[in-house]
Ligand binder design. Structure first.
Ligand code: PYC
Length: 333
């Protein structure tokens, strides 16, 4: 057995969505902030992301997180999020996976009933409160970055000539949010290809009209997630399909999407502070969310969200790269 590298991983899933947590083999990435490290890794080490996320080691909906030493003194660990599709500023299901792995491997001091872990993410500070019983992580509540609505009731024409109305909100990533009804599609996994195509057509149109840009950090930009709200959803219990660039669905209820959705509902006057919001994924798994207060981000009115979900460790691995491997960066079919 020969290998050019050895990448240590603990694999997990959060409410159905995988997070491959890279615990060793990469070292500290250059950069004074976690976002600088994200951008450095994207430019100089994308081969490693591709190797870990693409087939044959990953798949077209693969997701992961690279543990880093923090760049800020008030944090325990830093995190770079990786996906088949790129490098997210923040990922909710991924952070629940990270916090669970840190507790269950003993990489942090485990305190019962709650272990608090402060995480330095490219989008900012995220605090994880892990409910621990008998040494096992039972659930994770994340205090996410401030989230905000960018626009409500925007009309846009799609490539097929259809005009739809959507809201745009930020919860660590930008989300276009609209009802699935506007595409005359049922909330049915048997129609997943049509639902995905609908989401991607809106994503293309939104970005063609002008990428959304974070008011404090212009490197956080673009709409790569479309939140298609199922019929019958309310401001207290919502179901959705989350279409993600370049063409897959979140299996989890999407933590940054839950935060964006709560910010949108708050901006619409439909969800108050300290009110439980249940968000259900396309496969029926749930996060429970809550807004705790208001703030502002670069002059934009924002809310302070948290959400709770659970992850399970699924395995450990050392990923290798044989010097003769014909697919050193993997492939996507
Ligand atoms: O949970 O924030 C999330 C997320 C983003 C993309 C996939 N999951």
């Amino acid at each position: 057995m020969r290998s050019k590298l050895v990448l240590h991983a603990v694999d997990s899933h959060t409410e159905g969505m995988p997070t491959r947590v890279i615990t060793g083999g990469i070292g500290a990435i250059p950069g004074a902030t976690m976002n600088e490290r994200r951008l450095y890794f994207r430019e100089h080490r994308d081969d490693i992301k591709q190797l870990l996320m693409n087939e044959p080691r990953g798949h077209s909906a693969m997701s992961g997180a690279i543990l880093q030493p923090p760049t800020r003194p008030d944090c325990d660990f830093g995190v770079i999020y990786i996906e088949v599709s790129g490098y997210l500023p923040m990922c909710g299901h991924g952070t629940i996976g990270v916090a669970t792995v840190l507790v269950e491997t003993g990489m942090v001091e485990v305190v019962e009933p709650v272990t608090t872990i402060r995480l330095d993410t490219p989008a900012g500070l995220v605090v994880a409160e892990v409910a621990v019983r008998d040494g096992s992580a039972r659930s994770v509540t994340l205090w996410n970055v401030p989230s905000f609505a960018v626009a409500l009731d925007r009309k846009i024409e799609l490539a097929d000539g259809r005009t739809v109305t959507y809201d745009l909100a930020y919860g660590g990533n930008f989300y276009a949010i609209l009802s699935l009804d506007q595409f005359e599609l049922p909330f049915d996994r048997a129609r997943k290809d049509d639902i995905l195509a609908a989401g991607l057509s809106l994503m293309d149109a939104v970005n063609a009209e002008g990428e959304p840009v974070h008011p404090e950090d212009s490197s956080i930009r673009g709409c790569h997630h479309v939140h298609l709200v199922a019929p019958g959803s309310t401001a207290r219990h919502s179901r959705h399909a989350m279409a993600i660039h370049p063409g897959w669905f979140d299996r989890s209820p999407c933590g940054t999407g839950t935060s964006a959705r709560m910010a949108q509902l708050y901006a619409r006057g439909e969800l108050g502070l300290e009110t439980e919001f249940l968000n259900e994924s396309f496969i029926g798994t749930r996060f429970s969310g809550r807004l705790h207060g208001t703030t502002e981000v670069g002059g934009v009115a924002a809310v302070l969200p948290s959400f709770t979900g659970r992850a399970w460790v699924t395995g450990t691995a050392q990923y290798l790269l044989d010097p003769d491997d014909p697919f050193p960066a993997g492939f996507v079919l």
